[in-house]
Structure formats: C-alpha cells, structure tokens
Ligand binder design. Structure first.
Ligand SMILES: [Zn+2]
Length: 257
C-alpha cells in the first residue's frame, strides 16, 4: 500500500473543515510536516499536533515578509527553545527572494533577514534539529555558504529552483529537496528531478498554495502527491512503488519521525 509524507505544508493556514478533510480523507497520508510562518503560526501548529498525531510541527519565521523586530526575535527564539520537544525541525526559514525581487525590501531589511537566517542555522545546530529552507535562485548559494560555514548538513531546500552548479553543490553536500505537484507541468522542476539523486528527494505540497495544470481550481491536498510520485517515476524511469518508497523513507529519516 502507498504511504506518503507531505514534507512541507502550512496546515495552520487551512480552515478547520479543510484540516479535518486532509486528516481523514486519505489513509495513505502517514505524516505532514507543518511548517510555521511566525510565532502565532508556531503555536497553531503545536496545537494541531496535539489534535492529530500525523502532524509534525516545524517552528520558524517565513522569510517572505518584513523582518521581525529584536524583541520579536527574542520572544520567538525563547518560545522555540522551550518547545523544542514538540518540533521535528526548524522552519520555514530562509531568504526573501520574491519580496526582494519586487523591491519591497531595503538593504537593511535584507541584511536583517540574512542575520536572522544565521541565527536559525545556529539554533538548528544547538537543538540538533534539521532545518527547512526557503532559498531559491540567487539566494541558494548564499544559504549554502552559511550552511557550510556552520557545518550544518541536515538541510532541506523545499520547492527548490536554481542553477545547475548550486544543484550539484547541494547534492554533494547531502542536502535534501522536495518536489511539489508543479512537477506535472513545470519543465524547470522536471529537469531538477532528472538531475537530483532520488536518495535526497521528498515530496510536498506547500499547501494551501494553489497549483495549476490538472490541479487548477482545486484545494491543495496532500493526496496530490500521488500524481507527483507518478511523474517522478516517469522521469527517473522507475516504478511508482520504488519512488514512493524512496521519498517516504527519505522524509522519515530526515525528520526522524
Ligand atoms: Zn512554505
């Protein structure tokens, strides 16, 4: 029987009815790594994990927003430290690529984000938890530099997109990536799947983020990962069974769940 783990979802961003549907409608979903957006979101994910044993929370601060104040950072970090036994990873953290691209960030805010990420990398080392990263395109090599500087190897680049040199560097460093349902229709992601070792690959939805192609107009549900696995199998020229085993056990061992 097919077993799946959603390696990256924002479960706290769904409403109660949707969460219940996700939890109960598909018995092949074994676990969901629910990443956090800010402190409020960390608390919600912690509560969700108390309600549903499949929910594995990850605590962090999403980079595609204004950097937090010193006081907010202090509060967040001390909350994470005191709730470390309830978390499987540090995340979602990283660098604000899309916000920066739209020039909505000043140079100071950008450097505050880099400093914050550095603090999260140190925290992941201190707490001995893997780190879930949002770092795409030109931001990815900067994040690789930081991970190498602190000798952090338990790194997961979710929904990764970037140049082939960085892809090779990440693979060699033992970092993991995860693939969203856009692998069905995005050539860029299909090329990444082709190039990246299956031994370091997981599947995710980043839900409730909506998808296109065959998923247009549908609520993002972890069951969509079945189609992603099918596509990965086609690209890797392997059976769906083999691919599902790999991505399942990769997530299980990466997050130690
Ligand atoms: Zn996300």
């Amino acid at each position: 029987m097919l077993k799946m783990i959603d390696a990256h979802i924002h479960l706290d961003h769904y409403n109660d009815q949707e969460i219940q549907d996700i939890m109960e409608s598909d018995s092949s979903i074994e676990a969901l790594i629910s990443v956090s957006f800010d402190l409020e979101s960390c608390k919600k994910n912690k509560d969700l994990a108390k309600l549903y044993r499949k929910v594995k929370p990850s605590f962090g601060y999403h980079p595609e927003q204004m950097p937090p104040t010193e006081k907010e950072i202090e509060t967040l970090f001390s909350w994470i430290r005191s709730n470390q036994n309830d978390m499987v990873a540090v995340g979602e953290v990283g660098l604000p690529y899309y916000l920066g691209k739209d020039q909505k960030l000043t140079t100071l805010q950008r450097s505050q984000h880099i400093e914050l990420l550095e603090a999260f990398i140190t925290l992941s080392k201190e707490l001995e938890k893997p780190i879930v990263l949002h770092a795409v395109y030109e931001d990815a090599p900067i994040v690789c530099d930081l991970l190498e500087r602190y000798s952090v190897t338990g790194a997961h680049f979710h929904w990764f997109k970037g140049d082939s040199k960085t892809v090779q560097r990440m693979a060699e460093n033992g970092y993991y990536i995860s693939v969203t349902p856009d692998v069905l229709y995005e050539e860029e992601i299909q090329r990444l799947v082709q190039a990246y070792p299956l031994q370091q690959m997981m599947v995710e939805t980043d839900g409730p983020w909506p998808f296109e192609g065959p998923f247009a107009g549908k609520m993002t549900h972890p069951a969509m990962m079945r189609e992603s696995i099918k596509t990965i199998a086609k690209i890797k020229k392997l059976s769906m069974d083999e691919v599902s085993q790999y991505v399942f056990y990769n997530a299980k061992s990466f997050f130690a769940i």
